[in-house]
Design a protein around this ligand. Structure first.
Ligand SMILES: [Zn+2]
Length: 254
């Protein structure tokens, strides 16, 4: 039974990855999310169904458009692979518990943000609002008693990040934190609660730093979109919560 569910989630994850990656392209470019159907970014020709099969079409076509032969960004392929793997991983770790649904919502936000933040330095408000609605619904179904605390955590984290931004702007004399990152931290506060969100910030900084060191040569402008790393940090906390939570409770003697 588990194997069937995992295979099903790999398929759903790949399809969602493809859809959400596409949204990450469409939303910043102000293209409607429902119309037109998938098309090539370069020659604008509509794709036939067999050119639009997640993961496989990209591999079979050698990462190129079937019409104009221009290279399709590997970022869309990455989105599909990330969706396929993480939907399955979320289930393997959490079955269909509350954490599965929280981590899957975060995975979806991650996939849209990978494209929109890396390619356009943009985090969509619409996506964040949808994720907040989804998360509140999840708490309503699984754990009503925690809902209020999580909402408070979200507001406190948002306010705190906003204060850090204002402080940073004065110190560095330039925009220190994007508004999208601040709102995203609110979503993470809602997903993880107060303490765990702080740990996630640590993971986000470490993964972001590793990435910026690896891409140091390519990335001449020196701007690293922080959004995807904030979500990766949050997912790492969820994945390793059985190690992290007892550790934190021990340190803070709660
Ligand atoms: Zn084309």
């Amino acid at each position: 039974m588990d194997t069937i569910i995992i295979i099903w989630l790999v398929l759903v994850g790949a399809i969602m990855g493809s859809f959400l990656g596409c949204m990450g392209y469409r939303i910043p470019n102000k293209i409607k999310t429902t119309y037109p159907s998938s098309f090539c970014c370069f020659c604008k020709k509509p794709l036939k169904w067999y050119m639009n099969i997640p993961i496989f079409s990209y591999i079979i076509q050698g990462g190129k458009c079937a019409y104009c032969k221009k290279k399709i960004g590997s970022i869309y392929f990455i989105c599909e692979v990330v969706g396929a793997i993480m939907f399955a991983v979320n289930y393997i770790l959490f079955k269909f518990n509350m954490e599965f649904f929280i981590s899957t919502v975060l995975t979806c936000v991650l996939i849209v943000t990978i494209v929109s933040d890396f390619e356009y330095y943009y985090i969509s408000d619409r996506v964040l609002v949808l994720s907040v609605i989804a998360l509140i619904t999840i708490y309503f179904i699984f754990d009503k008693s925690n809902l209020l605390m999580r909402i408070i955590s979200a507001i406190v984290l948002f306010a705190l990040m906003y204060a850090i931004k204002l402080f940073g702007n004065v110190i560095f004399k330039r925009e220190s934190l994007g508004d999208g990152d601040i709102k995203l931290m609110g979503v993470i506060g809602l997903s993880l609660g107060f303490l765990n969100s702080f740990i996630s910030l640590f993971f986000a900084s470490v993964t972001g730093l590793i990435f910026s060191l690896i891409t140091l040569k390519k990335n001449k402008e020196g701007i690293i979109p922080f959004g995807p790393f904030l979500i990766i940090g949050a997912l790492l906390v969820l994945y390793f919560s059985n190690i992290i939570t007892p550790f934190i409770y021990g340190v803070f003697k709660i």
